[in-house]
Design a binder for this molecule. Structure first.
Ligand code: FEO
Length: 401
């Protein structure tokens, strides 16, 4: 049975929700599932915006068939060729063989790698600023390279002011009956998944996202239709402000994240005590994460949110404790900038983790290190506790400044 939602008089959501998935891209935990959004415009010509992941082909094709009724599908607009959106292009072509496929030159290179149907006779190649008239609506194509793949583009309906934004403005999480962000308590129930989605999937490409935001700022936008998560029709400034901060690596708030990697509990103890000392100094909304039990995607997401990040790590095999090493490498891969870092190291014979951690993070731009680096030898003692107090003073002062 179909499962579609009306967005505008002639625009429908024909996507799917996936609650069986546990790891998006086989790496990111998605406890709330995923949505794969696809949209269908019923103008004089009909146009489908992207398809969905292969896990939900039957539901998707049924949705498209229901909305089309006895009409043909004239256009398939392909904003993004990653398989969570392109997997059903072949099925659409098989079902609607007369369909014209709209994409840019890079779209069709990728399409020919994923599919072996006759692309050339169907393709409509567009470039920046090109338009397609479907009757009442005119669609304008805007290139968005590396948001999140090189071929990515977004499509703007100049009549209804709808932006089909591809991966931009997306989120982890399946939708539950409400398709609009203003209907589903986004600021409480969705923002953490939206941040984790953005920072991990697109966070590396802040420059390119900023370029897209600049282009979008020149458009009058009434609705944003992303490829994952809720559609935006109210309070667009809220999510655009979040994206502006994330893309420019600007912290959302002055606050402290403490991430620890602890083998036997003594490094954890130091992290907990630092959190308490910071709280005593008036620092609010401190987050403490155990790197062994929190997926690195959460550490990245919380690091993008906050201004100050403390890593506490045991020395392990004369290197870093693996969960911290992995998290730091991922942070470096995601280009985190404009942050203040501090370090707590532990080691029973040769503590070395503070130096190793700073070596990974020093590749990143516009970050600073807050001193002192705290060294714990096996377990906290009076000297290392005093060093923690100094570090708490320094962080609290830096936040207040
Ligand atoms: Fe949701 Fe980059 O694909």
């Amino acid at each position: 049975m179909h499962s579609v939602k009306k967005i505008n008089e002639d625009l429908y959501w024909v996507g799917v929700n996936d609650r069986k998935i546990s790891l998006f891209e086989n790496v990111y935990p998605v406890e709330r599932g995923m949505s794969y959004n696809s949209y269908l415009l019923l103008d004089e010509k009909t146009a489908l915006f992207d398809t969905v992941d292969s896990v939900a082909s039957l539901q998707f094709l049924e949705n498209v068939e229901f909305v089309l009724g006895d009409r043909e599908l004239d256009y398939l607009i392909v904003n993004h060729m990653e398989p969570d959106h392109c997997a059903n292009i072949g099925a659409i072509v098989a079902k609607y063989p007369q369909v014209k496929i709209v994409g840019n030159i890079k779209t069709f290179v990728m399409m020919s790698q994923f599919f072996d149907f006759d692309i050339d006779s169907r393709k409509v190649v567009v470039k920046e600023g090109d338009t397609l008239n479907t009757g009442k609506h005119t669609l304008t194509f805007v290139m968005a390279p590396m948001v999140h793949w090189p071929e990515a583009m977004v499509t703007y309906d100049t009549v209804d002011k709808v932006l089909f934004s591809a991966d931009a403005f997306g989120s982890f999480g399946a939708m539950s009956g409400n398709i609009f962000a203003d209907e589903c308590d986004f600021e409480n129930k969705w923002i953490d998944d939206a941040r984790r989605y953005y920072t991990n999937i697109v966070g590396k490409y802040g420059v390119q996202v900023t370029n897209l935001l600049k282009k979008a700022s020149a458009l009058e936008i009434s609705k944003i239709c992303p490829l994952h998560g809720p559609v935006w029709r109210k309070n667009l400034g809220y999510i655009i402000d979040k994206y502006t901060k994330w893309a420019s690596y600007t912290p959302e708030e002055k606050g402290v994240l403490i991430v620890y990697g602890s083998v036997h509990g003594h490094t954890e103890n130091a992290a907990e005590i630092l959190a308490g000392l910071l709280g005593d100094r008036g620092v609010a909304d401190i987050e403490v994460l155990n790197a062994s039990t929190n997926h690195y995607s959460k550490i990245i997401s919380e690091s993008f949110k906050r201004s100050h990040i403390v890593f506490a790590c045991a020395t392990y095999n004369m290197s870093l404790f693996p969960p911290i090493q992995s998290a730091l490498h991922e942070l470096a891969e995601h280009n985190l900038q404009n942050r203040s870092f501090a370090f707590i190291e532990n080691g029973t014979w040769t503590p070395a983790s503070a130096k190793l951690m700073s070596e990974i993070l020093e590749k990143l731009k516009n970050n600073k290190i807050i001193e002192p680096k705290v060294t714990v030898k096996s377990a906290l003692n009076a000297d290392s506790y005093a060093a923690l107090e100094k570090l708490a003073d320094a962080i609290a002062d830096d936040i207040k400044a």
